[in-house]
Design a binder for this molecule. Structure first.
Ligand code: G4P
Length: 200
């Protein structure tokens, strides 16, 4: 997705060989036009999959998921990471371990919004070790819902999440796949881009 790759090249900041900061358009400030196109791209890729609902996780998964939901004309459900005042009964939960943060959190979705009838598209902003996506897939499985695929805005191809999810048989569609962040350079995988770019 050219627009996304250009944005990452122009505004992405390499914080370390494993962390890319994209606060100016995805993780803090949000670029609505870009995310609208991101949603359209997910919708195009999964247009023939019979998606009934999108499942994501707060907070940065919500914007791309809502845009995909808009284009696919389906509702969007987001898993909560924190306890909610109102979301207290009939919860489906999964434990998610973050290698980045070195902590486990419990994510939850109300049983009311997922069912055996659902064919889900899981969406998230980043794919690193795949724990968030696996947690969402576990919630889907506990609800009896099918998972048609996983849509990721930025996959870090040098971390093991993508391979792990594909090995488990999930269809993973990542709009930008980063090969390496070594030496302050962002290089993209052949399928998304084949040039390295020096970052400001
Ligand atoms: P995993 O789910 O793939 O295993 O990822 P991991 O636990 O390593 O990531 C924990 C958090 O850090 C997630 O967001 C994830 O999106 C984010 N993250 C991982 N790698 C990067 C990166 O290189 N750059 C940026 N910007 N974020 C990264 P979170 O804490 O749940 O945040 P939010 O969704 O509430 O914003």
């Amino acid at each position: 997705m050219d627009m996304l790759i250009e944005k990452i090249k122009c505004e992405g900041i390499v914080l370390s060989p494993s962390v890319l900061k994209v606060d100016s358009f995805l993780n803090h400030q949000i670029d609505p036009q870009l995310i609208h196109e991101v949603g359209r791209e997910f919708a195009d890729r999964f247009s023939s999959s019979g998606i009934t609902k999108i499942l994501t996780i707060e907070s940065s998964g919500i914007a791309p998921a809502v845009m995909a939901g808009l284009h696919l004309n389906v509702p969007v459900v987001f898993a909560r990471k924190r306890k909610s005042l109102t979301l207290i009964n009939d919860l489906i939960t999964a434990s998610v371990y973050s290698f980045t943060k070195e902590e486990t959190s419990e994510i939850s979705v109300s049983k009311k919004y997922l069912s055996e009838e659902d064919n889900l598209l899981i969406i998230d902003d980043f794919l690193a070790n795949g724990q968030a996506a696996l947690g969402l897939a576990e919630i889907a499985q506990k609800a009896g819902s099918a998972v048609a695929g996983i849509g990721i805005v930025i996959e870090k191809g040098f971390q093991k999440g993508g391979q792990q999810l594909r090995d488990k048989g999930f269809r993973v569609e990542s709009l930008a796949i980063i090969d390496s962040l070594e030496n302050g350079m962002i290089s993209f995988e052949e399928t998304t881009e084949n040039m390295g770019e020096l970052i400001r």
